[in-house]
Design a protein around this ligand. Sequence first.
Ligand SMILES: C[S@@+](CC[C@H](N)C(=O)[O-])C[C@H]1O[C@@H](n2cnc3c(N)ncnc32)[C@H](O)[C@@H]1O
Ligand code: SF4
Length: 409
Amino acid sequence: MPHSHDHCNHLPGEACSGDHGHATGPQLVPPPLALYVHLPWCVRKCPYCDFNSHAAKGELPFDAYIDALIRDLDQDLPLVWGRVVSSVFFGGGTPSLFPPEAIDRFLQAASARLRFAPNLEVTLETNPGTAEHGRFDRYRQAGVNRISFGIQTFNDEALKRLGRIHDSGEAERAVKLAQDAGYRNFNIDLMYALPQQTLAHAEHDLERAFALDPTHISHYQLTLEPNTVFFARPPQGIPDEDSAWDIQEHCQALLAQAGYGHYEVSAYARDGYQCAHNLNYWRFGDYLGIGAGAHGKISSGAEQHVLRRWKHKHPQTFMDTAGTAASIGGDDVISADRLPFEYMLNLLRLHEGFSLRDFESRTGLQRSVLQPALDTAVARGWLANSKDLWVPTDLGRRFTNDVVELFLA
Ligand SMILES: C[S@@+](CC[C@H](N)C(=O)[O-])C[C@H]1O[C@@H](n2cnc3c(N)ncnc32)[C@H](O)[C@@H]1O
Ligand code: SF4
């Protein structure tokens, strides 16, 4: 429990003058709740990707996996009794490998067990190389109301170098299939600072994306992640930090001109189309994580703590153990020492900033624990403050990692 009073000698409930951040003051109030569902297979593993994704070998056990997801959900339900779920996100891996009937079966089972908000956002990640005619209609009927396409770039040479299973024409056709099925709310994932990418190439990628009129664009800098092929053997011609920064600045300006508001490090959206599910992560909201390797974060008002729970990574082990304690990779209560850092790691990604009232209700800690770090951040020009709102400045956004580090205990 983060709020163990072992280190001070007042009685529970008695006012504590110590400045170590626990309650008699603030109470942790459970924030909005989301549901993340991990679907772990892909046609092929991309050489830059460190997600928990596995190349499909032969027929995939769709039905058995959905059964396992439902057992997994049943096991986690006591953590969230009575709470309303505001978004569902099918992530991967490549969720679009799953037939609509499988997605439908899971959503029906979930809606029988959880209270879904009336305006529930339901996103499905889609690899354009798996898009098939007729499927989007049925995803829609199942309740999926937002599609996130992993396109990465519209440059066919670059797509090959990234080991992608589709070319740019297929990517555009996949988006049109979804539009024909009535999807207006969709995201396009692009990556920049790709091997041999010039500024002109990166700008051209955005122009091609704009032509498809997405409501949301995620614009990620390619990172070389440990345990990937690219990390072991970096490809030729990755732009250096200065060139990557130059690409980012120019692309930000193009996105703004095209009407996409920059609201998080890598996320841009038309007004009213910010991704509710991801926003909830960045606002330090709660989420159940269902499926192989999925991570959840759940606050308990009764326990006054925040629990992280994660599931076994390997799909077969997960399926064999789902619904039993053996499927749980770990349960970890975030310590009071670490909560400020974990809160800031998320909130400082957002342009909207945060309030100390929100910090108190989402951590149960007193605002005074943040004050020294806040003072330093303001003195360095990284945060601006007006009333109870704290917002990262342009400089602060450029050095997010340094700002977040100030909040390490
Ligand atoms: C789970 S994948 C999306 C769906 C689907 N698997 C696909 O790739 O088409 C999430 C997104 O993360 C981004 N991503 C993955 N690895 C990355 C890396 N090493 N650096 C930057 N972005 C990365 C890609 O844009 C990718 O579309
Ligand atoms: S398709 Fe997506 S999840 Fe699968 S390996 Fe490629 S980037 Fe990773």
